[in-house]
Ligand binder design. Sequence first.
Ligand code: FMN
Length: 194
Amino acid sequence: MKVLGINGSARKDGNTAMIIRAVFSELERHGIETELIQLTEKEIKPCRFCMVHSCMACQGKKACVFKGDDFCAIYEKIKSADGLILGSPVYGADITAIMRNFLDRVGMVSVLNPEILRHKVGAAVSAVRRCGGLTTVDTLNHLMLFKEMIVVGSNYWNIVYGKDPGDVLHDEEGMENMRNLGQNMAWLLKKLNG
Ligand SMILES: Cc1cc2nc3c(=O)[nH]c(=O)nc-3n(C[C@H](O)[C@H](O)[C@H](O)COP(=O)(O)O)c2cc1C
């Protein structure tokens, strides 16, 4: 079994990467493979569904037809993964711009090929300095909930507080929540695929 993590931060290996890795460590303890993709190292252009009037070119193709950036390679990894963690820091009280582009692309291909995300296990996490964490988690959840994914929760909302890289490690309650999330994800993955 494999879980793919997507970090929407502009900062590589920052707080969002750290909280995703905290979930990963629990998954790995249960023998589940993990891989982190950091979108700041990738080019993800906006969905052209809106730019090219109603193109819908991805219908029946099970992939986005626009090959000029890194999206298709990441989408192939999503297709073969059993679980997905979407992580974003809060920027302007919501997700980052590159995560928005990414969600638009995943969403449109998956609207036209609904079996791709159906019944995969998912979780959303956010690193936040002060305000907007819950909105960010909600935005990330929207994609997973409307594409029939099974979204996993923890014993509090999936938000960890911190500003500078490493600050989140001092939010003990938040980090405990991430570890619990990893345990819940592992439990569900084993039930579904055991
Ligand atoms: C452009 C930008 C906008 C931000 N907007 C907010 C905000 O609205 N609310 C907040 O609490 N923190 C905000 N922050 C702080 C980040 O959410 C916080 O530093 C987070 O830990 C960064 O995670 P990262 O290291 O994964 O990038 C913002 C940071 C940046 C760079």
